[in-house]
Each structure stands twice: as structure tokens, then as C-alpha cells.
Design a protein around this ligand. Structure first.
Ligand code: GAP
Length: 517
């Protein structure tokens, strides 16, 4: 399926089956804000649990979790650099009044050039060739010699250079020289490039004169930094140790597209790992490798992930990379791993005038003395929960043709890892009579103690299977007349659709074995 079609199919499926709805849909929605429906909320919670357990329980790296407030003292964002630096270069089209992030505008143009090169050489788009079963590669010799392709590669290099140098005049020149037009007005009538802060602000206080401006946090990390000593002291943590947190973050994204990929209200799962200065490089490499393992444990094809090392580093980092995922829109950032130095703790110490130091009693083998007081360095792992959701959902979604010579048939199925599937087991009595619902209810009572189950007695069994396939339920159990006689049931496996006869007493264990981690 072509990539754009795949994204549209995933969005439609997510809505039809209760995973994701546009926010305030009856009022035509709110840009880049989404609600999670009944199965989406389960899937999202399972992803959170999977991350939380991995960070704070199964991991031997001494990590505890916290839950800090969304509102924080405004000085926090001054110290963190967000008031002064958390902005993106934007440009407005004077005719349509549409605002663009400069890098996205140029990247869109680069993609278009590459697409043209491909179509010119092959006669068709890459997606349609793939759909027809051809093996194609953009590294195809003819394609990479094409003038459009060469121009795209040069533009990529120029863009990286200009962004790294914060050269706004140069970026505008690049847009004008290449006649990059607004998609609405189709003109190249652009304003100068300017910086726009992405934080949302609001007021606290009941009376206007006494109120003060505060921000909705744009990252959860600062809640961890300001609580660093509270946690270290009360939990008696010894360096190296980590603090993890899951929570909402807010950014006034200008170009919000790609469904739940780029939202204005989203959730992050972040972990700050506090280390001795000088050891940050080895811990950075450690977490880079570990985080990829977490993703791969979800059973997704490793070829869908890649690292992208940053050339331009954020104001707080001495090394940084993204774990990118091959979303339906192509490879994009899913998680960031940053070596944040002592920037945040040091800035908070300076602005708050409160010591953010740790006393390290371990002896330095070189000096023979205790390491003593220092501000720790920090390695951060930061993943967007909604992006992780989109990654697993789009990867799991398949439309299968099940036609035989006798009849046409197909199914939409979510091949989600059983660990995160919203419902683990559906219990389906074949009929609504003859005591079958009673047997099914007994099995439900036993299984729902261990995992999320779903009961349904309406409609033909084939239809019920399809509904469970569409929401990714890994197991369905059918109760029939034989179940009443010998206590056996039919268990159906979602992906292979294979069915086997097992004793009812085995069902809970079969499902538990598949969903546990
Ligand atoms: N504390 C570091 C930090 O916030 P970031 O790279 O800006 O770093 C981390 O964000 C992760 O949060 C990203 O890798 C992405 O998965 C997610 N994220 C960032 N902005 C987002 C948005 N507007 N919508 C959804 N997820 C977003």
C-alpha cells in the first residue's frame, strides 16, 4: 500500500474502531489535538506500563519514577532556556498568511525533487512500483545521476549548514532562489524568517493585577530536575541513578501534521540518568543501545528503526541522537537520547540560589580521595508516547486478502504484540442458548482476574472474529456444545487464524504466557 494511502487507512481505522478521535469533533475538531477512545486508551496505557515497568522495575540501573505537576514556577523555564531559546525559525506567506516552519518548507521541496527524479527515470512513483511488487531502490544509479536528485542532495547540505549557523537571511535566500512556493497561494511572496516561541502561557491568580504568567510545560524533564535532590535524599540514591516520568507536555506547534505524530498536547516518557562528570560519553552510548532494545522487544522488524546523530546540538547537549522509525510518512524521530551535561542543574542552581550538588563518597582511584561535591551530568532518554502509539499502530495494521476460489473475502487486522494489545482474550459463546453463555461467563470470571477480556454473544462467529482482529485481540475462545460435555473450547490465534481445541482450564495460562513481559 502506498505510504500516503497507508496513513489515511490507519487514521480511518483508528477512528472507526475506537482508538483515536479528533478532539471536539462535533465542532469540527481542534488542530493537532486528539482524543483516545476506548481501545486507544487501553493500548496507550499498555505502552506506558511497558515503559514504566522496564524503567523502574526490570531494569537494574537504579531508576525510580515520579509524577510532577504540569504547572511550574515561571523561573524554571527561564533557567532551562525555554523562554529564550525554545523557538523555531518561521516564515509567513504574505498572500495566504500561512505560516511555515522553515526547515519543513524546504524539506517538503527536497522530497518533491526526489520524487520527480524517481518518476522521470522509472516512469512511475516509487510507491506505485512497490505496490506492483517491484523491488526498487532510491540508490538506483540512474536516479542518483538525475539533476533533480543532485539538486535535492545539495539543498539538504545547504539547509543543514544554514540551520546550524542560525543564518535566517541565508534561509530566506535559499527559499527565494529555489522559488519554493506556498501550497495555498502558490506565490513566493515571503516575510523575513523569524523565531517563534512554542510555549503556551496562561495566568495564575484570581485578580488580573495580581496574576502572573505561567507556562504549560513543553517537556516533562524539568519536573525531574527541580526534584533531583528531593528524590536523591528521600530515596537515598547513589550515583549513577535515574528518575523517570510520564506526563503531558504542550507545544504550540506551527506546522502540526501527520495525525498524532506532531500534536499541540501530547505525552512524553522521559528518564534523566544522573552520572559522575566525565562518564557521560559511556553512559550516552549505553542508553543509546538500551533504548533501541526496548523498541525491538515489541517484536517490530529491526529494519524499521535507525539512529540519526544530531549535527546541530540543542543549547544543553554535548551529544544527541534520535531513534527514528519508518512511519507511513517515512523515517522520522520517535525518541531522543541526549547527553545534557550539567546544564539544567547548574542553571537551576544559579537562578534559584539553591545548591544542586551531590556528595560522592566513593574514592577516586587516581587521587585516592573521595570525589566529593559536584553537579551531576545527565543522560536523557525522551520518547513521545503518541508517536510510539502511531508507530505500533501503523506497523500492526494490515489489510489481508482471504479470497478463495469460492468467495471473495478480506480482513483488516492489527497484528499488535500481545503485550500491548488492548484486549487479550475474547470469550465468544457460539449461541445465546443451551447453557453456552453460562459456561462462557465462568471462563470470563476466571480470566478477567489476570488480563483484559471481552465477552460477546451477538452476530455470527465469523463477524465477531473480524471485529476482534480489527482491534488486535490476539486470542478468541469459542464455547460450543462440546464445551459443556468435556470442558474443552476452541482457541483461535489472531495472526495465523489457526484454531486448536484445548481444555478450559488451560486458557488463562496460554494467554498469560503470550502477554507477559
Ligand atoms: N526533554 C527533551 C525533549 O523534550 P524533544 O526531542 O523535543 O526533547 C522528545 O522531544 C520526544 O517527544 C520526541 O522524540 C517526540 O517523540 C516527542 N514529541 C516532541 N514534540 C512532539 C509533538 N509536538 N507531538 C508529539 N510528540 C512530540
Amino acid at each position: 500500500m502506498a505510504n500516503e494511502n497507508k496513513l489515511q487507512a490507519v487514521i480511518a481505522h483508528a477512528k472507526e474502531y475506537g482508538f483515536v478521535f479528533p478532539s471536539s469533533e462535533i465542532y469540527d475538531g481542534l488542530g493537532a489535538v486528539y482524543d483516545y477512545g476506548q481501545w486507544g486508551a487501553e493500548l496507550k496505557k499498555n505502552l506506558k506500563d511497558y515503559w514504566w515497568r522496564w524503567m523502574t522495575q526490570t531494569n537494574d540501573k537504579n531508576i525510580v519514577g515520579i509524577d510532577s505537576a504540569i504547572f511550574m514556577h515561571p523561573q524554571v523555564w527561564k533557567a532551562s532556556g525555554h523562554v529564550d531559546n525554545f523557538s523555531d525559525p518561521m516564515i509567513d506567506n504574505k498572500d495566504s498568511k500561512k505560516r511555515y516552519r522553515v526547515d519543513h518548507l524546504i524539506e517538503g521541496f527536497i522530497e518533491e525533487l526526489k520524487r520527480k527524479a524517481f518518476e522521470k527515470i522509472r516512469g512511475k512513483s516509487e510507491d506505485s512500483l512497490l505496490d506492483e511488487g517491484h523491488i526498487v531502490s532510491v540508490a538506483d544509479e540512474d536516479v542518483i545521476k538525475d539533476e533533480n536528485y543532485l539538486k535535492a542532495i545539495q539543498l539538504e547540505k545547504d539547509l543543514d549548514k544554514l540551520i546550524a549557523a542560525d543564518d535566517f537571511a541565508g534561509l530566506k535566500q535559499l527559499i527565494e532562489d529555489n522559488k519554493i512556493a506556498c501550497s495555498v497561494s502558490k506565490t513566493v511572496n515571503w516575510t523575513d524568517v523569524r523565531q517563534f516561541n512554542l510555549m503556551f502561557s496562561t495566568e495564575v491568580g484570581s485578580v488580573a493585577e495580581e496574576s502572573s504568567k505561567i507556562y504549560l510545560r513543553p517537556e516533562t524533564a524539568q519536573g525531574i530536575f527541580v526534584n533531583f535532590l528531593n528524590v536523591q535524599k528521600t530515596a537515598r540514591m547513589k550515583i549513577p541513578f535515574g528518575i523517570a516520568q510520564i506526563g503531558k507536555a504542550f507545544r504550540n506547534e506551527i506546522v502540526a501534521r501527520g495525525f498524532i505524530f506532531r500534536m499541540r498536547e501530547f505525552e512524553q516518557m522521559e528518564m534523566q540518568f544522573f552520572v559522575r562528570p566525565g562518564t557521560q560519553k559511556e553512559w550516552y552510548e549505553y542508553w543509546k543501545a538500551e533504548r533501541l532494545k526496548w523498541h525491538l522487544d515489541l517484536g517490530i522488524d529491526p529494519a524499521k528503526y535507525r539512529y540519526h546523530d544530531h549535527v546541530k546540538l540543542a543549547h544543553y547537549a554535548d551529544a544527541a541522537c534520535d531513534i527514528e522509525f519508518d512511519f507511513p510518512m517515512g523515517f522520522k524521530e520517535l525518541e531522543g537520547i541526549h547527553s545534557r551535561t550539567d546544564f539544567d542543574l547548574k542553571s537551576h542552581q544559579e537562578l534559584s540560589k539553591k545548591k544542586m550538588q551531590y556528595f560522592d563518597a566513593d574514592v577516586d582511584p587516581e587521587t585516592g580521595k573521595a570525589y566529593g561535591n559536584y553537579i551531576p551530568y545527565v543522560i536523557e532518554t525522551s520518547i513521545g508516547l503518541d508517536r510510539a502509539f502511531l508507530a505500533v499502530l501503523s506497523e500492526a495494521y494490515e489489510e489481508e486478502d482471504l479470497s478463495t476460489e469460492e468467495k471473495q473475502d478480506s480482513r483488516a487486522v492489527l497484528k499488535l504484540s500481545p503485550k500491548i494489545a488492548p484486549i487479550k482474550l475474547a470469550v465468544l459463546p457460539l449461541m445465546k442458548k443451551d447453557g453456552l453463555p453460562e459456561v462462557a461467563t465462568e471462563l470470563m470470571a476466571e480470566c478477567r482476574k489476570h488480563f483484559k477480556c471481552f465477552y460477546e454473544e451477538k452476530d455470527a462467529i465469523g463477524k465477531r472474529y473480524r471485529r476482534m482482529d480489527a482491534i488486535g485481540t490476539p486470542f478468541c475462545v469459542t464455547i460450543d456444545h462440546q464445551s459443556k460435555e468435556d470442558g474443552t473450547v476452541t482457541i483461535r490465534h489472531r495472526d495465523s487464524m489457526a484454531q486448536e481445541r484445548v481444555h478450559m482450564s488451560e486458557v488463562a495460562n496460554i494467554v498469560k504466557a503470550a502477554v507477559s513481559y
